[in-house]
Design a protein around this ligand. Structure first.
Ligand code: AMP
Ligand code: FE
Ligand code: FE
Ligand code: ZN
Length: 284
C-alpha cells in the first residue's frame, strides 16, 4: 500500500523540523508521498524536494493558505500551483507581512503584563519563517510562563484573549481562485472541527465549489465524527475528492506523521488536476 500524507509543516512556518528533517522523518514513518504545506509559503519546497529525492520518497509541493470569513479563519490547502504566480505571490506576501506586524502587536500587548521581547520571538524562528502565534507560544515556553504550545493557545494566545490581534487574510473564495489561477488544486483544510465548527455553511461551500474547490480534508484528527459524515455527504454531492492527513507540526503538536492517509486514487486525481508545477514522472 502506498502511504500518502498530504498536510505537514516545517520550520518554514510553525513546524519544528526543517524541510530536510521532515523528509527524513517521513521516510522513517514509512511514508511514500508527503505534501509540504507550510502556512502561506512555498519557501521549503526546494530543500524538501532535494532530500526527498535522495530518500526515494515523493514530495508533493503545497501550501496552507490562510483565508478569513469575517472573524473566522479558514485554511485552504493548495497543491501543485506555480510558486512564481504573481497574484498568489503578492497575496501571500501581503498575508505574511501583516502576520509580522500583528505578531509584534501581540508581543507588545503581552509585554505589558509578562516581560517578552520581539527578539524572544525571533529566536524561535529561522530566516523567512511565516510568523504565527506558535512562535510566540514557543517564546512564552522558553520564558517559563507556560509548559507548552497548547497551554499558551488555551489562554494567552486564544482568540478570546485580551492579547489577541487578527491579521489580514483574503476571503476563501478569493483563496480558492488564486490557487486555481496559479494552476493549483485547492482543498479545504480540516473543515469540521469541534472548536471552530463547520468552516463554511452549505451555501458558501457551494460557492467555493463553483470557484474551483477540488476537495475536502475529511480524515483529520480535529474533524468531529458527525463533521466527517457531513463532509463525506458534501463530497459525494459535488464530486469532490476526500483527503486524509496528519497536519504534523513536529514537536509543536501531538499530531504524528501518517496518522491519517490519502488514497493513491485521490493522489492520482490531484496530480492530474494540478498544472502549475510538474512533478517529474519518475517520482510520481
Ligand atoms: P496563527 O496562524 O498565527 O493565528 O496561529 C495558528 C496556528 O497555531 C495554527 O496553524 C496551528 O498550527 C497552531 N495552533 C492552534 N492551536 C494550537 C494548539 N492548541 N496547540 C498547538 N498549536 C496550535
Ligand atoms: Fe499551523
Ligand atoms: Fe490549518
Ligand atoms: Zn496545517
Amino acid at each position: 500500500m502506498t502511504r500518502i500524507d498530504l498536510h505537514i509543516h516545517s520550520t518554514v512556518s510553525d513546524g519544528t523540523d526543517t524541510p530536510s528533517e521532515l523528509m527524513h522523518n517521513a521516510a522513517a514513518a514509512g511514508l511514500d508521498v508527503v505534501a509540504l504545506t507550510d502556512h502561506d509559503s512555498s519557501a521549503g519546497w526546494a530543500e524538501a524536494a532535494g532530500t526527498a529525492r535522495t530518500l526515494g520518497i515523493t514530495l508533493l509541493p503545497g501550501m496552507e493558505l490562510t483565508t478569513a470569513l469575517g472573524s473566522n479563519v479558514i485554511h485552504v490547502l493548495g497543491y501543485l500551483f506555480d510558486p512564481d504566480d504573481p497574484a498568489l505571490r503578492s497575496e501571500t506576501e501581503r498575508i505574511t507581512t501583516d502576520r509580522y506586524t500583528r505578531a509584534k502587536r501581540i508581543v507588545d500587548l503581552i509585554n505589558r503584563e509578562y516581560p517578552l521581547s520581539w527578539d524572544d520571538v525571533l529566536h524561535q524562528t529561522v530566516v523567512g519563517t511565516t510568523i504565527g502565534r506558535p512562535h510566540i507560544a514557543d517564546a512564552l515556553v522558553a520564558k517559563g510562563y507556560v509548559p507548552d504550545r497548547p497551554t499558551a493557545f488555551a489562554d494567552l494566545l486564544s482568540p478570546r484573549s485580551r492579547f489577541y490581534v487578527p491579521h489580514y487574510a483574503p476571503d476563501p473564495l478569493t483563496g480558492v481562485r488564486l490557487i486555481r489561477n496559479a494552476g493549483g488544486v485547492p482543498v479545504l483544510a480540516h473543515p469540521a472541527t469541534a472548536t471552530r465548527g463547520r468552516a463554511v455553511d452549505e451555501n458558501y461551500l457551494a460557492r467555493l465549489v463553483r470557484a474551483g474547490l477540488y476537495g475536502l480534508e475529511v480524515d483529520h484528527r480535529e474533524n468531529t465524527e458527525p463533521g466527517k459524515d457531513w463532509l463525506k455527504s458534501q463530497a459525494r454531492l459535488y464530486g469532490l475528492v476526500q483527503t486524509g492527513s496528519s497536519d504534523y507540526h513536529g514537536r509543536g503538536k501531538a499530531n504524528r506523521l501518517g496518522e491519517n492517509l490519502t488514497s493513491a486514487a485521490v493522489l492520482e486525481q490531484i496530480v492530474h488536476e494540478g498544472t502549475g508545477y510538474a512533478v517529474p514522472a519518475s517520482r510520481r
